[in-house]
Write a protein that binds this ligand. Structure first.
Ligand code: SF4
Length: 114
């Protein structure tokens, strides 16, 4: 089973409506649905915080503390497909930063649930 980390949009998660950390990302990972091609073990769930500068170091710390290097990092669907989008960076830009800092491949989106 692959190990993965998920990064959600903190601004959205904190709004309390359809939070990315509520269940959708976790269910998709557990069942291998959505962007997960097989069931995966979520070893870290990191909340991005505006303006996004803490996302890479916090992800790095989460991975370090978990003691397990994820096979992939997933940007939550509510981050990757945000409408209106993040005012600070596109999902592609954030993915590029996280990949450059950690060396771990980053996948845009987690699930297709509504
Ligand atoms: S910087 Fe963008 S992705 Fe990160 S919490 Fe703020 S709005 Fe969400």
């Amino acid at each position: 089973m692959k190990n993965v980390a998920v990064v959600g949009c903190g601004a959205y998660m904190d709004s309390g409506y359809g939070c990315p950390g509520e269940w959708r990302c976790l269910k998709a990972a557990a069942l291998g649905e959505g962007k997960f091609t097989e069931p995966a073990r979520v070893i870290a769930f990191v909340k991005c915080e505006c303006p996004g500068r803490s996302a890479a170091p916090n992800l790095g710390m989460a991975v370090k503390l978990a003691g397990i290097k994820p096979d992939a990092v997933y940007l939550s669907s509510c981050l990757a497909g945000a409408k209106p989008g993040c005012p600070y960076a596109t999902a592609e830009e954030l993915a590029s930063i996280l990949k450059d800092k950690t060396g771990i491949p980053v996948i845009l989106g987690t699930h297709d649930y509504h």
